[in-house]
Write a protein that binds this ligand. Structure first.
Ligand SMILES: Cc1cc2nc3c(=O)[nH]c(=O)nc-3n(C[C@H](O)[C@H](O)[C@H](O)COP(=O)(O)OP(=O)(O)OC[C@H]3O[C@@H](n4cnc5c(N)ncnc54)[C@H](O)[C@@H]3O)c2cc1C
Length: 367
């Protein structure tokens, strides 16, 4: 019988496991993939909150966890037909494989047990505690693990969320990433965000050492065509990119867009003694960042579980109270995102100003 089982070895899971172990709880972290694992992500610690939380929970980010150019100077924003706009902000850039593994190792050093290649299939609750059914990839076995509390930090397609809300319809965006081992004529000290107000998609170019990465976000099932038919021809026209270049690596992921459900409270990220954090809880910011909110919600989840362990209150009651400010702050950002999206398409300058307003508000995100 564990005090707490944390599902997921991303920033949210690593932070929750470290803080629970630090608080004296007997903690197990489950990760479906073999560690270290990569994640489709720009790997940037945007904003002061994400950077401060990383420092508070895990300590100073080592140079070895960052990838050259290590610190970005900021974000460059492009809207077709408008002047490029630059937001200056110093922020570390990493491969998620290195960042997340550093965080998981910190949880392990703090005393949390780590079980990788272990997929949570289902979570149930009874009067004597929670049960997490797992599939162990290494030997193909299925086991039932028991804990007083479960923290679901298992990302956009969360199995824990699905167990709590089997009927919830989750709208997903799709992201496709291509990694090229070649130069690209943009500055590597900036993350470059291209925003299309007409087609309502965005793509990002960032640099990690000798690689340049293209990340395209669109509607589920439409992103590949968007990348080939819209993004690459645009890059060919603007930057002389050869659309036939074969990437070194191609991968992808989805993002859960749970804003309407969170704001209307049709979905709440905790029930009884099972709480959800980070992307599993729908806490990714409308601008795409989610490491900072994963850390913030994980810290609140650990706080809730530690408080509930000492009394008879359910962790959900404490956690939902602690995260109310986060939801309100995301709601304000969402309103700015809607405003940027509904800018008249014939006024690109207004669009870029509104996108920058939204991004600056994201960088200031505190709850
Ligand atoms: C293209 C792109 C670029 C992005 N760039 C940035 C950025 O630069 N900065 C930023 O702040 N955010 C960025 N984000 C968002 C960021 O990646 C996420 O918000 C963040 O990773 C959320 O952290 P998390 O811990 O909640 O979940 P995750 O990092 O997704 O971790 C979840 C973990 O759970 C594991 N898991 C899943 N299912 C199970 C299961 N059933 N059992 C056990 N384990 C399971 C997964 O393998 C994974 O390791 C980006 C997202 C995308 C798609």
């Amino acid at each position: 019988m564990w005090d707490v089982i944390v599902v997921g070895g991303g920033p949210g899971g690593a932070a929750a496991a470290k803080l629970c172990a630090q608080g004296g709880l007997c903690t197990l972290l489950l990760e479906t993939r073999a560690l270290p694992r990569d994640k489709v992500c720009s790997g940037v610690l945007f904003g002061d909150t994400a950077q401060a939380l990383t420092r508070e929970i895990f300590g100073e980010l080592p140079q070895t966890v960052m990838v050259p150019p290590r610190y970005l100077r900021g974000q460059a924003v492009y809207v077709q037909g408008a002047e490029r706009s630059v937001i200056e902000q110093r922020m570390p850039i990493t491969w998620r494989k290195d960042l997340d593994f550093w965080m998981v190792q910190a949880a392990q050093k703090q005393g949390a047990a780590i079980s990788d290649s272990t997929r949570a299939i289902d979570v149930s609750q009874a009067s004597d505690g929670c049960c997490v059914r797992v599939h162990k990839r290494r030997d193909g076995s299925t086991q039932d693990l028991k804990a007083r509390f479960v923290i679901g930090a298992d990302g956009a397609k969360s199995a824990v969320r699905k167990s709590l809300f089997p009927g919830l319809k989750v709208p997903y965006n799709q992201e496709i990433r291509e990694c090229y081992h070649m130069a690209f004529p943009l500055e590597d000290a900036y993350i470059h965000t291209f925003y299309d107000a007409v087609l309502k998609y965005w793509f990002i170019i960032n640099f990690k050492g000798p690689y340049f990465l293209l990340e395209v976000s669109g509607k589920l099932g439409e992103t590949s065509a968007l990348k080939e038919k819209v993004v690459k021809p645009y890059l060919a026209r603007q930057y002389g990119f050869d659309p036939k270049t074969v990437p070194l690596r191609l991968d992808g992921t989805v993002e859960a867009k749970l804003y309407e459900q969170l704001f209307s409270r049709k979905f709440v990220p905790a029930v009884g003694n099972v709480v959800l954090v980070g992307d599993a809880a729908g806490f990714q910011l409308p601008t795409g960042e989610g490491i900072g909110t994963a850390l913030m919600s994980a810290a609140k989840a650990a706080q809730a579980v530690l408080a509930a362990a000492g009394r008879s209150t359910a962790a959900a009651d404490i956690y939902l109270d602690l995260t109310r400010g986060m939801v309100d702050a995301i709601k304000e950002l969402h309103a700015l995102a809607v405003k940027a999206r509904f800018t008249p398409a014939d006024d690109p300058q207004v669009t870029v100003e509104r996108v920058v307003e939204m991004m600056k508000a994201s960088l200031r995100y505190v709850a």
